[in-house]
Design a protein around this ligand. Structure first.
Ligand code: C2E
Ligand code: MG
Ligand code: MG
Ligand code: MG
Length: 290
């Protein structure tokens, strides 16, 4: 395939193609997929860890693992640029297995009152290998399942409804918790919350961002927190960037906070330092925004 060969050998030039978002071209798409497969084999994928704090104390309670691709020429590539590709070409299963293993390995090195939250895509939920990959990672690193939370999106729930109740029940039987990520942005109904017995709702950051300026968003945040409270579902507010947002969420009884105000995603070494930092109590002890 000459076109593919040309693209593959164009060196730096081919990355321009990715950047322009022109993956609809079949040849460049195949090169990208091939590079991504190699990235996994070459150890170019990294997990970064964003700290999670319980409210109102702002005590560190865990981390969300977020994957990045350390590309030799393009630098750090965010997941939004390669996870969708991985999902469409079948690589998500092996990338997901790697993420699971690496996140469990890291969590096993940290104190056992910290949990690790791992993103799982809709495609992974459809695959039969997810629970065996999880089980292997937990066993290999001698990590109790209770240390792990799996984040799934509403889209995953809608796309997989029939089969999903069984899959989630199986995962919860292993002992991991299930969080519904980006809550409010998808199309799932409230009935799904009861049907699938999620342990946590993560309120999407778009509602937090609009909280002060938009009455509708504020009403939704209040309603979700109240409903979650009545259903005994834990809550996390995503994307907290400002003190006033944090104060509002504390007043409303939100359980956990995540966002640039409190801590950006950190490389493994920096997350490690945060875990082991001797933190006196109070807001001054928080890591500064990088
Ligand atoms: P997500 O699961 O909702 O993760 C939160 C995203 O919001 C992260 O982006 C994080 O860096 C960003 N964020 C956190 N706090 C703030 C804030 O205060 N302000 C703003 N503007 N953003 C904030 P990131 O790391 O680029 O990840 C994007 C998405 O990629 C994730 O959204 C998740 O859906 C997906 N993803 C990341 N890692 C994985 C993975 O290992 N597997 C799968 N399947 N998906 C992943
Ligand atoms: Mg997430
Ligand atoms: Mg999220
Ligand atoms: Mg989100």
């Amino acid at each position: 395939d000459l076109a593919l060969y040309a693209a593959k050998n164009a060196g730096r030039g081919r990355f321009e193609v990715y950047r322009e978002g022109m993956l609809e071209h079949e040849a460049s798409k195949r090169v990208f997929e091939q590079d991504l497969a190699e990235a996994l084999a070459l150890g170019q994928l990294e997990l970064w860890y964003q700290p999670l704090f319980c409210l109102p104390e702002r005590r560190l309670v865990g981390f969300e693992a977020l994957v990045r691709w350390r590309h030799p020429e393009r630098g750090l590539v965010p997941p939004s640029e390669f996870i969708p590709v991985a999902e469409s070409c079948g690589l998500i299963s092996s990338i997901g297995a790697w993420v699971m293993d690496e996140a469990c390995r890291r969590a096993a090195q940290w104190p056992d009152d910290l949990y690790m939250s791992i993103n799982v895509s809709a495609v992974q939920l459809r695959s039969a290998t997810l629970s065996s990959h999880l089980h292997q990672a937990l066993t290999r690193h001698r990590l109790p399942a209770s240390r792990i939370e799996l984040e799934i999106t509403e889209t995953a729930i809608v796309e997989n409804s029939e089969h999903l109740a069984v899959v989630l029940a199986g995962l919860r039987a292993i002992g991991v918790r299930i969080a519904m990520d980006d809550f409010g942005t998808g199309y799932s109904s409230l009935a799904h919350l009861r049907e699938f017995k999620v342990d946590r709702i993560k309120i999407d950051r778009s509602f937090i961002a609009a909280y002060a300026s938009d009455d509708g968003s504020a009403a939704i945040v209040r309603a979700v927190l109240s409903m979650a409270g009545q259903l005994s579902i834990d809550t996390t507010a995503e994307g907290i960037e400002q003190e006033d947002q944090l104060h509002s969420l504390i007043e409303l009884g939100c359980g956990t906070a995540q966002g640039y105000l409190l801590g950006r995603p950190l490389e493994a070494g920096a997350a490690d330092a945060l875990v082991h930092a001797d933190q006196p109590s109070g807001p001054q002890a928080l890591p500064s925004v990088a």
